[in-house]
Write a protein that binds this ligand. Structure first.
Ligand code: APR
Length: 278
């Protein structure tokens, strides 16, 4: 099993560490444009893998050719929003990065399942899908799985509730008291205010989705998926319940009760996609 990480920053490297800890992975590669960062992280992770008695082949560098032959590629490459930067600036900048990443993945990673994490994740998932031309089953965004863990952490009890729709203001809860929506929506900011970024939550949620994919578990998890007529929507990626397995999205689950809410959330995403030329 070989897994690639495009972006060896905080979330990418922490996710790699979580995967080494919890899954049987033969090979991990990290790719980052930032000088020696990926190589350094890879060496550090290699030492960790031996300390954990989970020895794996771990390499890093700036060349995407390292990622050839990956079953799964996790994309966290991007820039974080800086003070003074508008939401649209961030959107444009990260979309440009996704186009570059797509170009490389097309060359080196045809056949891999791609898990997109860069925010705003629904838009980035769509851009990566469009620009790679990969089958939509193979390009999946991570957002709702994290929001659903946040919901559980607020409830402090198990729930069958799922957080669906846009990973952002347009999210909504299905199957649990919707009064918790505001809490789920604002809790990431509580982390960012205090430590500057969310890291462990996203990394663990990447692990959760990677596990479903790599072990072919067929688990249903909220996933950002490009819709092609499901829920009456198309040409947009948005969080819906999806069955995950080795080939990516195995099945998109349609729930009648959420159609209206999902359409409302999708409208905003479609508008943003239009604003960046899709
Ligand atoms: N190819 C490879 N790596 C790239 C590219 C590219 N074209 N462009 C940027 N990067 C790298 C940066 O060099 C940086 O190391 O992406 C990395 C991003 O890491 P961080 O800045 O530490 O960001 P992080 O906190 O990991 O968040 C990454 O995940 O959860 C989301 O909202 C979060 O969009 C953000 C993403």
């Amino acid at each position: 099993m070989k897994v690639g990480f495009i972006g060896a920053g905080r979330v990418g490297s922490t996710a790699a560490y979580t995967l080494i800890n919890n899954l049987e992975i033969d090979e991990i590669v990290l790719v980052d444009i930032l000088g020696d960062l990926a190589e350094g992280e890879a060496l550090d992770l290699l030492h960790a893998s031996y300390a954990l008695d989970k020895p794996a082949e771990i390499r890093g560098g700036t060349s995407y050719s390292l990622a050839e032959g990956c079953e799964l590629v996790v994309v966290t490459a991007g820039v974080a929003r800086k003070p003074g930067m508008s939401r649209m600036d961030l959107l444009r900048q990260n979309a440009e990065i996704m186009r570059k990443v797509a170009e490389e993945l097309k060359q080196h990673c045809g056949g891999s399942v791609v898990l997109v994490v860069t925010n705003p994740v629904d838009i980035m998932t769509y851009v990566l899908w469009r620009e790679t031309g990969f089958p939509r089953e193979k390009v999946i965004g991570m957002g709702g799985a994290l929001d659903t863990s946040r919901l559980r952490s607020i409830l402090r009890r198990p729930t069958r509730g799922l957080v669906l729709g846009e990973h952002g203001d347009g999210m909504f809860i299905y199957g649990e008291d919707r009064r918790f929506e505001e809490g789920v929506r604002s809790v990431a900011m509580e982390v960012i205010k205090r430590k500057g970024a969310t890291i462990f939550g996203p990394a663990a949620s990447i692990y959760r989705m990677a596990k479903a994919i790599l072990t072919d578990s067929q688990e249903i998890l909220p996933s950002s998926v490009v819709l092609e007529g499901e829920y009456g929507l198309r040409d947009v990626a948005i969080g819906v319940p999806a069955k995950l397995g080795r080939s990516g999205i195995i099945e998109i689950i349609e729930i009648d009760e959420i159609r209206e809410e999902l359409s409302r959330s999708a409208l905003v995403l479609l508008e943003r996609l239009r604003e960046i030329g899709y």
